[in-house]
Design a protein. Structure first.
Length: 186
C-alpha cells in the first residue's frame, strides 16, 4: 500500500462524507502510522485527525468504522509534496509517494527518481530531513531467523553489540549475507 492510496480520498463514515485525507501522522521512533490527517476539502490544511485503527477499508474512498477524532501528539506529519533535504542541507526533491507495509512507513519516493528508507528520517515538519547515513550495515533490519541464531536480546536492527555477538559466535558472514543487497536466507 502507498500513501497515494489514502491521499485526497474522501473519508466516509457510513455513507456520509466527513472530509478528505490530506496526509498521515507517524512515529519518528518506529515509523508506525498513527493517524490520517483530514481536512474538509482537498488542498486545505488538516483540521482533524482519525486513528489509523479506525480505517475499515480503502478503495476509491477511505471508509471508517467510526469517526472518533484523535489529537496527533507525538507524531510527525507527512504529506505528498513535502520537500526532502539531506543532513547537510542538500535538496533531494519532493515526496511523490511513500510505501506503507503493516501500517508502518517503509520507503520514501521523491520526484528525482530516488528512494530512501523510512529509518533515514531524522526530522519532519514542513520539510523532511534525512539523517546522516550510518556505516554499512548499522541500522539495517535483520531477518528473524538470523537474530535467533546470534542474539535474542536485540530489537531487530544491526548494532555494534550484535556485530560483536556475531563475531563471537562465528556467524558474521552469515549475518552479512542475510542483509541487502545479498539477502541469502537458509
Amino acid at each position: 500500500m502507498f500513501l497515494s492510496d489514502y491521499f485526497n480520498k474522501p473519508i466516509l463514515v457510513g455513507k456520509e462524507q466527513r472530509g478528505v485525507c490530506v496526509g498521515v501522522g507517524f512515529s519518528l521512533k518506529n515509523q508506525a502510522l498513527k493517524c490520517l490527517l483530514c481536512a474538509p476539502a482537498s488542498h486545505q490544511s488538516p483540521t482533524f485527525a482519525v486513528s489509523i485503527s479506525a480505517v475499515k477499508s480503502v478503495t476509491e474512498h477511505v471508509v471508517l468504522h467510526r469517526l472518533r477524532t484523535v489529537l496527533p501528539t507525538g507524531c510527525a506529519r507527512l504529506t505528498i509534496g513535502t520537500p526532502v533535504y539531506a543532513h547537510d542541507g542538500g535538496y533531494l526533491g519532493k515526496i511523490i509517494d511513500v510505501e506503507i507495509q503493516n501500517n508502518a512507513l517503509l520507503r520514501l519516493f521523491t520526484d528525482g527518481n530516488k528512494y530512501f528508507p523510512s529509518t533515514a528520517i531524522f526530522a519532519c515538519n514542513d520539510a523532511l530531513i534525512l539523517r546522516k547515513s550510518l556505516p554499512y550495515p548499522l541500522g539495517q533490519r535483520v531477518p528473524a531467523p538470523i537474530i535467533s541464531q546470534i542474539n535474542d536480546k536485540t530489537d531487530g536492527l544491526v548494532t555494534r553489540p550484535l556485530l560483536r555477538a556475531a563475531i563471537a559466535k562465528g556467524a558474521l558472514i552469515k549475518l552479512t549475507l542475510s542483509l541487502p543487497p545479498f539477502r541469502i536466507f537458509d
